[in-house]
Design a binder for this molecule. Structure first.
Ligand code: FAD
Length: 317
């Protein structure tokens, strides 16, 4: 079922989660173990992230180094199909531009349609760790906007081969990413919102936000979107802090701000067990305020563990 239909039909805030595929070589059981304890909260959907290749240097005989491309967390599509089969819940694969030609994207989307996957999150994707900036695949997309346009074309039965007649249209409900604290490459919020609106105008039907720890940032973002004519549901994404090192790591990786009050609370903690309690309580307060303000859905970045999300969900749903 399309997420936008679920949101429209629901009278209260929905609950959803995001999971990472397991590391290559690990079993899918680890995914089930992280979803099982959250099923009682009836997730409206389960997002599965996509992780592109990384380059590593392997030492070979004679001492020379070979540059090897590896994907540490493959399996996004397979996991989506397995989750839908096991739990009868909508799974949403993240589709990225990086590493794919347009034709490979088209073929991947055909697979998803055959699997009965109705929703996708269309993203540009992060740059490869060893590259300073995002480099599109030759014959691939530069921006998420181009990917949204491709999916929208397919939804109208327009495939890459212009000579293809009477092609069956796909029927994807497309989500996109939004950044309450601005995407780090955007020169300003005005420009970031301009491209966000372009994605909505091109067919994106809902937005999931980057994590944030200050609800004010989300409320301001929603207001700016609405003022700018972006009227699709904006789903807040929340993450729980569980380790002291995240005070510096999260702002560095995700280009977000750490509220001073949260920073001070965590600074006082003697160990990570205490940090986890602060992180959970902070997320509970955030969630309560967001739900009070009728957000369409609370989306939790579980990062492969269920305990913290479970504690927050128990307190607010
Ligand atoms: P875009 O919309 O392409 O925007 C990228 C930048 O370019 C922005 O600064 C924007 O303002 C600008 N811009 C956009 N369009 C244009 C244009 N036409 N011309 C000029 N400038 C433009 N990454 C992964 O690799 N895998 C995942 O599974 C994943 N899941 C995510 C889930 C969520 C909810 C979020 C918020 C992010 C996720 N990411 C993931 C990270 C995301 O891929 C990165 O943040 C990436 O750098 C940008 O992706 P985007 O789709 O927002 O890009």
């Amino acid at each position: 079922m399309k997420l936008t239909e679920k949101i429209a039909q629901s009278k209260s805030t929905l609950f959803s989660i995001e999971i990472l595929p397991p590391l290559k070589g690990k079993s899918i059981q680890s995914i089930y173990d992280s979803i099982d304890p959250l099923m009682e909260f009836k997730p409206a959907f389960v997002d599965v992230t996509y992780h592109r290749e990384e380059y590593v240097y392997k030492k070979r005989e004679g001492g020379y180094l070979e540059k090897v491309s590896i994907r540490k967390r493959p399996g996004t599509v397979g996991i989506c199909a397995a989750i839908m089969n096991k739990y009868n819940v909508d799974a949403v694969p993240h589709i990225i531009c990086g590493g794919f030609t347009k034709e490979e994207t088209e073929n991947a989307l055909i697979d998803l349609q055959f699997l009965g996957i109705d929703n996708v999150l269309a993203l540009r994707g992060d740059s490869i760790k060893t590259e300073a900036a995002f480099v599109p695949e030759p014959g691939g997309h530069n921006y998420a906007l181009d990917l949204v346009q491709q999916i929208n074309d397919m939804n109208k039965g327009k495939y890459m081969d212009e000579e293809m007649k009477d092609a069956e249209p796909t029927n994807f409900c497309m989500g996109i990413a939004g950044y309450p604290e601005k995407h780090f490459e955007a020169p300003n919020m005005y420009s970031d919102l301009k491209y966000l609106k372009a994605k909505v105008d091109a067919g994106a039907e809902y937005i999931v936000t980057q994590m944030f720890f200050d609800n004010k940032k989300y409320f301001e973002f929603v207001k700016s979107c609405r003022d700018g004519g972006i009227n699709v549901p904006i789903i807040p994404g929340l993450k729980m802090i569980t380790q002291k090192r995240q005070l510096n790591a999260l702002p560095k990786i995700f280009h977000i701000d750490m509220p001073i009050d949260l920073y001070k609370e965590i600074e006082k903690c003697k160990d990570d067990a205490q940090v986890k309690e602060v992180g959970i309580n902070w997320a509970i307060q955030q969630s309560k305020e967001l739900i009070k303000n009728n957000v369409p859905c609370m989306h939790f970045y579980t990062m492969g563990t269920s305990e913290t999300t479970r504690r927050v969900a128990s307190a607010v749903f």
